[in-house]
Design a protein around this ligand. Structure first.
Ligand SMILES: Cc1ncc(COP(=O)(O)O)c(C=O)c1O
Length: 361
C-alpha cells in the first residue's frame, strides 16, 4: 500500500508515471539501455527533451515570446541568477517579502545586485499578502520579485502587484497549478520537485526581450541566454527528472491542464480548511482566509504534546510528512498535484476524529 505523502517536497508523484518508468527502466524504447545510461546527444533522449520542453510550454500556456529553460541547481540557484542576469549597474531589484522564501530570494540576490524589500509581511508574521498599492517600487527598479506560494507559511499570492514594473516569480510550490497572467511577468521559475518531477531541475520561463537585454559578461552556465541558445543542452542536462517531468506534464495536459489542476487544488485544500474552521478552535490556521495556500495547509493544535501525538498517530496510518517546517513547528499538509483526493479524505477524517477525541470537554 502506498503512503499518503503530505511531504513539502520532494513529494508524491503519479503512481502511473512511476509504473511507466519502471517498465522502461532497463530498456528504454528498445535501445537495450536505461535512460540513465544514455547519451544526452542520442536521438532517443533528444526526443524526450524536446517533448518535455514543448509540454512545459503548452501546459503552462506560455506565450511564444517566452523561452523555456531547464537549469540544474533548483530554485535556490535562481535566486542568484535572476539578479546576475537582469540587473545592470544603476538598476535595482525590488522584492515582496511574503515569507521565508521571499526573504531567502532577497538575501541570495543581495551579493549580486542592488536589491531591496518593496514590501514585507514580517510585521504580520507573514500571514497576509500586500494589498493593491501597498508595494513601493522606486524609479530604478528593473523587476519586482514575488513568491506565488510561500511553502513554509502556507500563504499564496492571489492578486499580483501591478506597479508597471515587470514581475519575476518564484512559483516553486504551486507551479502550473493555476493559470499565469503572463503579461505581468518577465521571468518565472521554480524547482520541479513539488508539482512536476523528482528533484534536480528548475524550469525557467523568460521573456525573449528580457533575455536580449540580460547581462552577457557571465560564465556560460550562469547566463540565461546560453541555456536558451543551446536549447538547455549546452552541457549534460538532468535527464532523468526531465524524462519523468515529460510524463507528468503529459498526464496534466490530458487531465485538462492548469484550469483543471486549479480546481482540483482548491477542492483538496478546501476540504482541510473546512475541517480546521469547523473544529471550534482545536485546529488553528494563522493565515488570512483570502490568501490561504492551496498547496500547503498549515495548522496548529492546542499544544505541542497533542501535535506530536497527532503526528505519531497519523504516521501509524501511513500519513507521512505532516510535520511543519522546523523553523515554525506545528503541522503542514502539502497537497501537491499528484496527491489524490482520497489521501486528503483520509487525513480529513483523521483530523475530525482526533479533534473529537482530544477536544477539552
Ligand atoms: C517557494 C520556494 N522557493 C524556493 C525553494 C528552494 O528550492 P530548491 O530546493 O529547488 O532550491 C523552495 C523549496 O522548498 C520553495 O518552496
Amino acid at each position: 500500500m502506498r503512503a499518503h505523502n503530505f511531504g513539502a517536497g520532494p513529494c508524491t508523484l503519479p503512481v502511473e508515471v512511476l509504473e511507466e518508468a519502471r517498465a522502461e527502466f532497463l530498456d528504454f524504447g528498445g535501445t537495450g539501455m536505461s535512460i540513465l545510461e544514455m547519451s544526452h546527444r542520442s536521438p532517443e533522449y533528444e526526443r524526450v527533451h524536446t517533448e518535455a520542453m514543448a509540454l512545459a510550454r503548452e501546459v503552462g500556456e506560455a506565450p511564444d515570446d517566452f523561452e523555456v529553460l531547464f537549469v540544474q541547481g533548483g530554485a535556490t540557484l535562481q535566486f542568484a541568477l535572476v539578479a546576475l542576469n537582469l540587473l545592470h549597474p544603476g538598476e535595482r531589484g525590488g522584492y515582496v517579502v511574503s515569507g521565508s522564501w521571499g526573504a531567502r530570494a532577497l538575501e541570495d540576490a543581495s551579493p549580486h545586485g542592488d536589491v531591496y524589500a518593496a514590501w514585507s509581511g514580517q510585521p504580520s508574521n507573514y500571514t497576509t499578502m500586500p494589498a493593491a498599492g501597498e508595494v513601493e517600487v522606486d524609479g530604478a527598479t528593473r523587476y519586482l520579485h514575488v513568491t506565488s506560494n510561500e511553502t513554509i507559511g502556507g500563504i499564496r499570492m492571489v492578486d499580483f502587484p501591478r506597479t508597471g514594473i515587470p514581475l519575476v516569480g518564484d512559483m516553486s510550490s504551486d507551479y502550473l497549478s493555476r493559470p499565469i497572467d503572463w503579461d505581468l511577468f518577465d521571468l518565472i521559475y521554480g524547482g520541479v520537485q513539488k508539482n512536476l518531477a523528482p528533484a534536480g531541475l528548475a524550469v525557467v520561463y523568460v521573456r525573449r526581450r528580457a533575455l536580449d537585454r540580460a547581462r552577457s559578461d557571465l560564465g556560460s552556465y550562469l547566463r540565461y541566454s546560453w541555456h536558451a541558445e543551446s536549447n538547455s543542452l549546452g552541457n549534460t542536462p538532468p535527464m532523468f527528472p526531465i524524462y519523468l517531468m515529460g510524463k507528468v506534464l503529459a498526464r496534466m495536459q490530458a487531465a485538462g491542464g492548469v484550469k483543471a489542476l486549479e480546481k482540483h487544488a482548491a477542492e483538496k485544500a478546501g476540504r482541510l480548511y473546512q475541517i480546521i474552521d469547523d473544529s471550534e478552535g482545536f485546529y488553528r490556521n494563522p493565515v488570512h482566509p483570502l490568501v490561504r495556500s492551496h498547496m500547503n495547509v498549515v495548522f496548529r493544535l492546542p499544544d505541542a504534546s497533542l501535535e506530536s501525538l497527532f503526528l505519531k498517530e497519523a504516521e501509524a496510518r501511513r500519513m507521512i510528512g505532516l510535520k511543519g517546517h522546523r523553523s515554525v513547528g506545528g503541522c503542514r499538509a502539502s497537497l501537491y498535484a499528484a496527491l489524490p483526493m482520497e489521501s486528503v479524505e483520509v487525513l480529513a477524517e483523521f483530523m475530525g476524529e482526533f479533534a473529537r477525541n482530544h477536544r477539552a470537554l
